[in-house]
Design a protein around this ligand. Structure first.
Ligand code: ATP
Length: 772
């Protein structure tokens, strides 16, 4: 039997007059749990103090030893610092659950929490939520409870137990005392009712069974998590990252986990979840940040986005690179020391073809071409001077010519060293170059028009996969790598010199176990690039142990190529909803997107329950989905009730007058929560001007504001207690995927939805018309 107890249900502890006393039962249960929780925190304090002490000792142990000993101390200190960070991260809500199992004759009780704790005898006091022993806490359902007799949720405020919820799966197996102290209220619904803060919270206490399957799915291969809005795809994927780090720490600590999200605001929104689970060593990046050194936030128009995401851009870029490998129109002539040196055009052509035939990337193949031409120039120079040349002379003369500015300019014009940035900047600013490359790729002039732009334009998100593709085609620019190595060597010497000064000032001699080189290295390691995540984030060619892609339906074919380069093992979690695709280059089906890369070898989990949007609002969204994508099923809302969604008609000039009052009254209704005004792209500035008190940028700080004006693209993945949706017809018609945008906009609301419209309500929203 399964029983979800309510607070009024327990009826076994008697009051003095013999009547059942539920309050006494509740107090008794709270006391028991408080005692245990107090004990757990005491243990946590002890472990933290030990880690702190070990850290102090590692830092303080300056004394004897050589460089090896210094490094060992550093490693110990590093480990203790991580342990301390992990133990500090789990302070809030340390223990959130308990299961009573039918283990053996007596049964057994296990407490579940954010971290595993053991006593001095190594007996478990608290089970880490990711450990196999915690699984029944999440997996037990009324239909298949396994050996779980009762699941209890504990609600903590600071270190105090302030509430308990019980789910009983087998009342007959419970002892009389335990039955007497049953208390409860559905923990999940309590969690869902909380106001939004602008930051996603963890759900470690209320993970649902279907989500648990996603979280604990094995590390190898590609897992697709498909689910409608609010089904917990994002939050489950983040818990999966924590679970994988716990279960495969060795592999993943070395290679790291990358989480790709749609934009920096979204990343900020989800950024607290992993630290609250004690995990910090993860790289979070938007598609626009995946090439180190470039931060792209500008967004392309629909045409440009569609072309840039098209797989044929590979052929276009390949052709564009080939176009930069030229032979002169006539013989090559260069003036050096008042003498005109000449190399025949056919010699240039042969040299270029040989360099291309090496099949090396552009920058790596360049020396073949350049060296061949330098030798030809040197031979011509010697002939004109009437000097014979042996092989050594030839090498020397070619080297000397390479230093001549006129020679360098001439050779750079034929086969320039290229960075991805330079290639793209110059290509997009040059219509003729674009046409030539596009023709080779089978793209028409309209595509060229969509790509063409002035040279100084900012990088867009759609450019970043192209920069990454270009980096592959170009290879490392050897000169840049050499310059970087020289700069690094210079820095190393300066740091050592500085470190020597520090040692002298501190009166520490080399016999103190730390010489200047070791001290410099230690400080260098402390700087950027110290943790796996930091090193990985700064290296375009880093290979991750696992990659999670959120809102994955928005990624174009070119963006997938970029992401997949970072995970050749294809150990990935792909999270999204093809019914929410807004990008013109995004996914229509997972097979279409993934099959070219993983050859059909991906597995899928579906999430079907919406934890965000109440049923009344979801009914409106379902009408929209039925109109724009009848084959897609909307998820089912876990809760109903609350304020019915409504529509509000205003005159055209009435928008600016209506919105401030409407937003103020909605804010008053939601109290501490968050509100978003969602608008068509073209009306963002107008609506933002009407609401000067609301944040109006998609910058991460906007999440701190009680009210924010956003386009639907900017609001993707986010949620708000109240949504004011302005001009639904404008959203519907703003792009070929406008219907999907409207679906996304409606499903951002957790409590209240108001649709403000000027003309007639679009047909899919007719359900709202009745209430006007
Ligand atoms: N098991 C759970 N317990 C408590 N809250 C949950 C649970 N699952 C999901 N939620 C909450 O539901 C909301 C929606 O979750 P999430 O953003 O992960 O959904 P999603 O599927 O990624 O949505 P979308 O596709 O619309 O972006 C969040 O507030 C999340 O915390």
């Amino acid at each position: 039997m399964h029983l979800r107890q309510t607070e009024s249900a327990p009826a076994a502890v008697a009051s003095p007059d013999g009547a059942p006393d539920p309050d006494a039962a509740r107090r008794a249960a709270l006391r028991t749990e408080q005692d245990y929780v107090t004990w757990l925190y005491a243990r946590l304090d002890v472990l933290r103090e030990r880690a702190r002490e070990a850290l102090r000792e590692a830092h303080g142990r300056g004394g004897a030893g050589h460089r090896q000993a210094a490094i060992e101390r550093e490693v110990t200190a590093d480990e203790q610092a991580r342990l301390l960070a992990r133990l500090s991260g789990v302070e809030r809500g340390l223990c959130f659950g308990r299961i009573d199992r039918r283990d053996g004759a007596d049964g057994a009780t296990y407490y579940i929490g954010r971290a595993g704790l053991r006593d001095e005898e190594y007996e478990p006091l608290l089970i880490d939520w990711r450990a196999p022993a915690a699984r029944p806490f999440y997996a037990a359902t009324p239909n298949s409870p396994g050996d779980v007799v009762r699941r209890r949720h504990l609600h903590l405020r600071d270190r105090r137990v302030v509430g308990i919820d019980d789910e009983v799966f087998d009342l007959d197996r419970m002892s009389d005392t335990d039955r007497a102290t049953l208390v409860g209220e559905a923990a999940l619904l309590a969690a869902l009712r909380r106001g939004r803060t602008g930051r996603m919270g963890d759900i470690v206490a209320t993970i649902q069974t279907e989500q648990d399957r996603v979280i604990r799915s094995g590390l190898p291969g590609t897992l697709v998590v498909q689910g409608g809005p609010g089904t917990g795809k994002t939050v489950a994927a983040l818990h999966r990252a924590a679970y994988l780090l716990y279960t495969h720490r060795d592999t993943l600590a070395r290679r790291g986990i990358l989480i790709v999200g749609p934009n920096t605001t979204f990343l900020r929104y989800i950024g607290d979840v992993l630290p609250s689970l004690g995990e910090t060593d993860v790289v979070l990046a938007s598609v626009g940040e995946l090439v180190p050194g470039v931060t792209a936030t500008a967004v392309d128009g629909h045409e440009a986005a569609a072309v840039k995401g098209d797989r044929r851009m590979v052929a276009l870029l390949t052709a564009a690179v080939r176009d930069r490998q030229r032979v002169p129109d006539a013989d090559l002539t260069v003036e050096v020391d008042d003498m005109v040196l000449r190399v025949g055009r056919d010699v240039c052509r042969r040299a270029r073809d040989a360099a291309r035939a090496s099949r090396r990337p552009h920058n790596a193949a360049r020396p073949r071409y350049v060296n061949e031409l330098l030798r030809a120039l040197a031979r011509d120079q010697a002939a004109r001077l009437g000097r014979p040349l042996d092989e050594e002379d030839l090498r020397y003369a070619a080297g000397a010519l390479a230093e001549e500015p006129a020679v360098r300019t001439a050779l750079d014009a034929l086969w320039p060293p290229l960075t991805p940035q330079r290639l793209l900047r110059e290509l997009f600013a040059d219509r003729a170059a674009l046409r030539s490359a596009a023709r080779a790729a089978g793209l028409d002039d309209a595509c060229c028009d969509a790509l063409h732009r002035p040279a100084g334009s900012p990088w867009t998100v759609g450019d970043v996969p192209l920069l990454d593709e270009a980096a592959e085609l170009l290879g490392e620019d050897g000169s840049a790598a050499r310059a970087a190595a020289r700069a690094a060597e210079r820095r190393r010497r300066e740091e050592e010199w500085y470190a020597q000064g520090v040692l002298e000032i501190a009166g520490l001699t080399e016999t103190a176990g730390l010489d200047a080189a070791a001290l410099a290295e230690r400080h260098r390691d402390r700087g950027p690039g110290r943790t796996t995540a930091e090193r990985a984030g700064a290296d375009r060619r880093w290979v991750y142990g696992h990659v999670i892609v959120d809102e994955a339906q928005e990624l174009s074919a070119m963006a997938w190529r970029m992401v997949l380069r970072r995970v050749p093992t294809r150990s990935m979690t792909v999270v999204g909803d093809v019914a929410q695709t807004g990008s013109p280059a995004g996914a229509r089906s997972w097979g279409e997107m993934l099959d070219p890369h993983v050859g059909g070898r991906w597995r899928e989990e579906r999430l079907l329950v919406n934890y965000r949007t109440p049923a009344e609002i979801m009914a409106v969204a379902a009408d929209v989905l039925a109109a724009v994508a009848p084959a897609q099923e909307p998820p089912e809302s876990v809760r109903s009730g609350g304020t019915p969604p409504r529509a509000l008609r205003v005159g055209e000039e009435g928008l600016a007058e209506t919105l401030p009052g409407l937003v103020a009254s909605e804010l008053a209704e939601i109290g501490e929560g968050r509100l978003a005004v969602l608008v068509p792209d073209a009306r963002h500035a107008e609506v933002a001007a009407a609401l000067p008190d609301a944040a109006a940028t998609a910058a991460p700080a906007a999440l701190d504001s009680p009210a924010v004006v956003l386009t639907v693209t900017q609001a993707k993945g986010l949620e708000f207690d109240a949504v004011v949706l302005v001009d639904p017809a404008g959203i519907l018609t703003q792009s070929p995927k406008g219907g999907h945008d409207l679906y996304v906009a409606i499903t951002r609301a957790t409590r209240r939805l108001t649709v403000v419209h000027e003309g007639d309500l679009p047909a899919p929203l007719s359900r709202l018309a009745a209430g006007e």
